[in-house]
Design a protein around this ligand. Sequence first.
Ligand code: NAD
Ligand code: TYD
Length: 353
Amino acid sequence: MTKKTIIITGGAGFIGSHVIRLFVNKYPEYKIINLDALTYAGNLENLKDITGAANYGFEKVNIVNAPEVNAVFAKHQPDGIIHLAAESHVDRSITSPLDFVYTNVVGTVNLLNAAKELWKDNYEGKCFHHVSTDEVYGALGTTGFFTEETKYDPHSPYSASKAASDHFVYAYADTYGLPIVLTNCSNNYGPNHFPEKLIPLMIHNVINNKPLPVYGDGKYTRDWLYVIDHARAIDTVFHNGKKGEKYNVGGFNEWQNIDLVHLLCTQMDEKLGREPGTSAKLITFVKDRPGHDLRYAIDATKINTELGWSPSVTFEEGLSKTIDWYLQNTEWLEHVTNGSYQAYYESQYSNSI
Ligand code: NAD
Ligand code: TYD
């Protein structure tokens, strides 16, 4: 049994909370430190079931603040970093791009510097795992897939900031020999997803009988992966990925937005005991997102053949479990949609619905 200390950044967010839960439960011999600033997207309620675990600790730190980051690294002496902290919403990046530069670019470089400094005498057994997105590759037409060889071509301020952070991670490997791995994953969905993204926003609006805002013609296409499968992929690559390499992670599961929203409405009508077709009447086509990427689709052959990872649930199952979670966790939904969420929703949607 190897004793390891791992810092997981962004552990109070959507994906981070599932990664923390998996590591805390699966590796009792590890010490898992959650480093998170608790922005609007960070919520310790996401972790209430494991907060008391003996191998879990929390540090409230903003990764933009280098001295704070360095102090936490000096205190815990981590062997591994799994870096998820980020500003993650494309629509917010369109209105506030600089926030994305600070957290996603400057914050990532601060973490790379802290790891380089701490590990400089011996890189053996160390790993900096950077969690990134398929959006760095840009947009596909109606055919083809993103592979690990696809050239970066980000379009939104969000994807540009993630692409920049990926390049810094490679630069630290090339320049200083830092032991790194990257994962570039497609769209996630599942419990604890903040209701600014498509699926949880639609669930929240169906529950509240509010319009379901579909951007443009609804033909935009995304590849969806259940969040727990993403956490499993991160576990696999962190432990078994080749240093210096990247792995695409995806669900082999493409949906046009409009078809996905119809499936969600059908499942919700059934669960809520509503007449079939009731929720779909709420669908409202609204003004398109500027620079909207037409299609993302991941070729996840490398992680599948080299490391044996594949998704464990079908989309219909995963979506059904996700809706059940939101229907059973109304208090969580109320907490995260109080306060600043209302102002965000108003400014994002009031002109279009
Ligand atoms: P999220 O927005 O739900 O959570 C982000 C977390 O980071 C929050 O807990 C927040 O408090 C924290 N954070 C933000 N700024 C911080 C700062 N300056 N210092 C410290 N903590 C800070 O995001 P998510 O959807 O869970 O995404 C996690 C990671 O996975 C991101 O790096 C994102 O780019 C990547 N990713 C997300 C998806 C997706 O579909 N959501 C897909 C692929 C990759
Ligand atoms: P989103 O969940 O924001 O993820 P991303 O932009 O990172 O892929 O959006 C997923 C898709 O859903 C994208 O094509 C934009 C679209 N969308 C809507 O049609 N309406 C909405 O209210 C939102 C938030 C997204």
